[in-house]
Design a protein around this ligand. Structure first.
Ligand SMILES: [Zn+2]
Length: 307
């Protein structure tokens, strides 16, 4: 077999994390793939698991290293969003801190041991346990953004979002933003939702990973691969509640909404009173929506993509 695949664990901040490495008989770029930064995003983890198995039978020009399940404490504890040991969102902690709590140290280990030295990075996600989601890829502004945009497009998801540092940025401290800062083209690719392992969402990750592999020249493009034609979104606005209560969205992900349109309400837990009526701040598409009615004060409700 021309492609050598090895499976081992790697010590990341004291955790024995599974790692799959594949190297082709010819030289080429090194692509690093991570899933399970959030511990209950199973569709993306399963996509990476399936994809790495498929590499054994293919000719590669370059190398792949892939972590199918990164955030082991969150995976084993079925903890959405956070590292249970410190309550921090791992994907806000990059590039990490070797002297911090577990999330900081894990981010630091991933940044120094896996991201640094890569020619490209894919961080595969999906909607967590309580998130409905329309598939999208996000990349960050920076010196490598032209390549990152090509990678985001090649992943083949319906929406592509560009993020710039600054007050408008929805999220910072991510895998992809830390990679962008050191000139490594990187994307976060999201497909799947609500803690489910849906076949179509998993398959979309496998196709997306193949698409980027072909873009980088590491493998040939599968013959039946569709030509990607995403909608490019210029802004990603995350909307939050003022007060906690019972969240009831009135729109679905992927649905076109108009500025001023009511997109949901927050009512008292006894159902007798409307606390807040949420309206769209601009024309756009809800890319993800919190599917759980339980929201806290300043709770995340939805991410609106603005065309
Ligand atoms: Zn995630």
């Amino acid at each position: 077999m021309a492609t050598k695949v090895t499976r081992r664990t790697i010590d990341l901040a004291g955790l024995d994390v599974p790692l799959v490495e594949a190297s082709g008989s010819e030289d080429g770029p090194l692509l690093t793939v991570v899933a399970g930064v959030h511990g209950c995003e199973y569709a993306s983890m399963d996509g990476v698991r399936r994809w790495t198995r498929s590499l054994e039978s293919r000719e590669l020009r370059g190398r792949v290293r892939a972590v199918p399940v990164l955030n082991l404490p969150a995976f084993h504890g079925r903890t959405p969003f956070a590292v249970p040991d410190d309550g921090k969102n791992l994907n806000r902690c990059f590039p990490g801190d070797p002297a911090g709590t577990l999330a900081d140290r894990l981010a630091y280990a991933v940044f120094t041991q896996l991201i640094t030295g890569s020619d490209a990075l894919i961080d595969a996600h999906c909607g967590d346990m309580v998130e409905a989601l329309e598939p999208f890829a996000i990349y960050d502004a920076g010196p490598s953004e032209a390549r990152a945009r090509e990678m985001a497009t090649a992943y083949g998801l319906p929406y592509v979002i560009r993020q710039e540092p600054g007050p408008d940025r929805a999220v910072g401290g991510t895998t992809s933003s830390s990679a962008a800062e050191i000139g490594i083209p990187a994307i976060i690719a999201e497909s799947g939702e609500c803690g489910l392992v849906q076949e179509e969402a998993v398959a979309r990750h496998v196709r997306g990973l193949d698409g980027v592999l072909a873009l980088l020249g590491i493998a040939d493009r599968p013959e039946d691969a569709p030509e990607p034609s995403p909608t490019y979104l210029s802004r990603f606005t995350w909307m939050r509640s003022e007060r906690g209560g019972w969240w009831a969205p009135t729109v679905r992900t992927g649905e076109q909404v108009r500025e001023g349109q009511v997109i949901g309400t927050i009512t008292t837990l006894d159902g007798s009173q409307v606390l807040e009526t949420i309206t769209a701040p601009a024309d756009g598409v809800p890319i993800f929506i919190t599917s759980s009615p339980a929201v806290a004060d300043d709770g995340l409700l939805l991410g609106l993509g603005v065309v």
